[in-house]
Structure formats: C-alpha cells, structure tokens
Design a protein around this ligand. Structure first.
Ligand code: A2P
Length: 303
C-alpha cells in the first residue's frame, strides 16, 4: 500500500511501514533492502532494538533518495536524561543526518546501567528500577528542541495511555503536540478508546505487533481466517488491512522476502468485516502479547 497520512507537523507518513523489532542485524539488513525494493517507504527502528546500524546501511545502500524514505527511531528509556545525545548516537548508528520521526519509546526513565529491553529490571526489593525523579514530561520538553535542530522532522511518543497523554498536555513546558503514539494494536487489543482520544487530539495512532508478534494465535483465529478466506487473502493481510481501515499506521515485522512482499498488499476491508474485527475482543478477551510485564497498568500506576 502506498497510502499516506498527514501528520500534525505537516509532514507526510506512509500508512504501512516495516517493523524491525526482534530482527537480527543480518536479517534486518536484507529485510530493509528487500522491503524498499518492494515499495515500502517507511521503516520503523529503535535504539533499543540494537539494529539501527544495519537498518541505516540498508537505507543508504538502497539507492533510493533519502527524502523518499520515512525513517523512525526511538529514545530508549535509559537515555531519557539526554534526548539530544541519544538522537546524535542514533543518527551515527544509522549513518543519517536526520530522522523523520523520533519517539519517546516508553514514558519512563530507567537507570543507565540497565538494558532498556526487553523489560524493566526488578530490584531485589521487588520495585522496578525506574528513575522516579525524572518525569517523562521533562524528557518530552527536551525532545521538543530536537525539531528546531532539524535532526528530527517530527516527534512523538510510544506506549502512552490516555492518562499519560493528559498528563503530558498539562505539563508546564509542553508546546508541540506529539505527531503519533505508537502502541500494540491488533483485534485482541484494539485500543478503541485510545484511538478515539488520539483522533480528537490530532495524534496519529501507530500499531506495532499488528499480527500479534511471534507465535500469534491471531493467525489461527477462526473469525479472522473466515474473513481472510472470504477476501481470498492471507490472515496477515486482513490484520494489516484492518489497521489501515481504522486509520492507523501499521508496522508489520518480517524478515522473510515472501512475507514482506505479501504484507505490502492491502485490501479495502468492508465496514462489516472491519466491525467484526473491532468486536472480536468481546468474545476472545483482551490479550497483550508484547512484554505483558511492561503493561502500563503494572509499571506506570495506571488505573
Ligand atoms: P517473520 O519475520 O519470520 O516473517 P508482528 O508484526 O505482529 O510483531 O509480527 C511479527 C511476526 O509475524 C514475526 O514472527 C514474523 O515472522 C511473522 N510474520 C510476518 N508476516 C507474516 C505473514 N504474512 N504471515 C505469517 N507470519 C508473519
């Protein structure tokens, strides 16, 4: 799909992008090169994925003009005290002069001594190893300057709940509306309230793990299989098409050429199919596949 959306910053973002989490350096280099050859113009990366170097190298080796490719990377929680330094490091890793989008990866500051992924370390006293005197609103205030520097065309957030977005909006140095909020979204976690809230505030929602990550039960769900058979496309194509039908960005990850290629094919979902997928969680229950122990309810004291 070559569909694009307009961000509130005025920039244009392709609706479909390649996810790169859990892709090894070798795999991701080939995957990004192949995706760009297939027609993808949007690559989603993060410092915490540990693969910015091969992602950037593939972008540079593709021969496609830099300005035609939308590149996202993310501020890792261990770098929350220094977004400017962290972005410089990411640009160095990528071998690029700027990113199109720089996201706060999580609304939290972690001790630098820790790995930022895959989970927030738990201390012997059972508490999470979070720097509690560093609020994410301060980190966001610092990120706002990165737009002036030209090193990030747009900024946004990731893994933000409605509660944390409201907190951000009312923080003292808040000036720039985040362009996007990237969260886990699929039919077992449709994030409907968050979608409505973000639409109201002109924030685009981005769906990560739209296929339900690895070993996903979504691919075998009988309702989704039925919709896929009816439309004569794969289950993955239905999940990706549903995300676009709902007006979100969608970031399926794959390192397989055939799946990268087939994931780029989006169908126009009927409203009936779309609504059926919207309501599927009512039968199947809400399921968070990625880092369930990072659930904002657990980590950020959400109610
Ligand atoms: P692979 O990289 O080997 O293709 P998500 O984007 O929800 O995190 O899902 C990614 C997972 O789904 C990966 O394990 C990926 O494996 C797999 N995957 C990607 N595309 C497809 C597809 N079209 N059909 C089945 N599995 C897929």
């Amino acid at each position: 799909s070559s569909k694009v959306y307009k961000l509130n910053s005025g920039e244009t973002i392709p609706a479909l992008g390649l996810g790169t989490w859990q892709a090894s350096a070798d795999d991701v280099y080939k995957a990004v090169l192949f995706a760009l050859k297939t027609g993808y113009r949007h690559i989603d990366s993060a410092l915490a994925y540990g693969n910015e170097e091969p992602v950037g190298r593939a972008i540079r080796d593709s021969g496609i003009p830099r300005k035609e490719i939308f590149v996202t990377t993310k501020l890792a929680p261990i770098d929350a005290l220094d977004p400017a330094g962290a972005l410089d490091q990411s640009l160095k890793n990528l071998g690029l002069d700027y990113v199109d989008l720089y996201l706060m990866h999580w609304p939290v500051c972690l001790n630098k001594a820790n790995k930022s992924h895959p989970g927030i370390p738990t201390l012997p006293n059972g508490k999470r190893d979070i720097v509690f005197d560093r609020d994410f609103t301060q980190t966001y205030a610092d990120m706002q300057h990165l737009v002036e520097s030209g090193k990030a065309k747009s900024i946004g957030v990731s893994n933000f709940s409605i509660k944390n977005l409201k907190k951000l909006f009312s923080s003292p140095d808040y000036k720039i509306v985040p362009t996007v909020n990237q969260v886990e979204i699929h039919p077992y976690l449709p994030q409907t309230e968050l979608l409505e809230f973000c639409k109201k505030h002109d924030i685009l929602l981005e769906a990560f793990s739209p296929l339900g990550s690895s070993n996903s039960p979504l691919l075998k769900d009988e309702t989704i299989v039925k919709i896929a058979e009816k439309n004569q496309v794969s289950v993955a194509t239905i999940l990706i098409s549903w995300a676009i039908w709902r007006g979100t960005v969608v970031l399926p990850k794959s390192v397989s050429d055939s799946r990268i290629e087939s994931n780029f094919n989006v169908v126009d979902l009927s409203d009936e199919d779309g609504e059926e997928l919207n309501n599927l969680h009512k039968v199947k229950g809400i399921k968070r596949f990625v880092s369930p122990n990072w659930d904002p309810i657990d980590v950020y004291g959400e109610d």
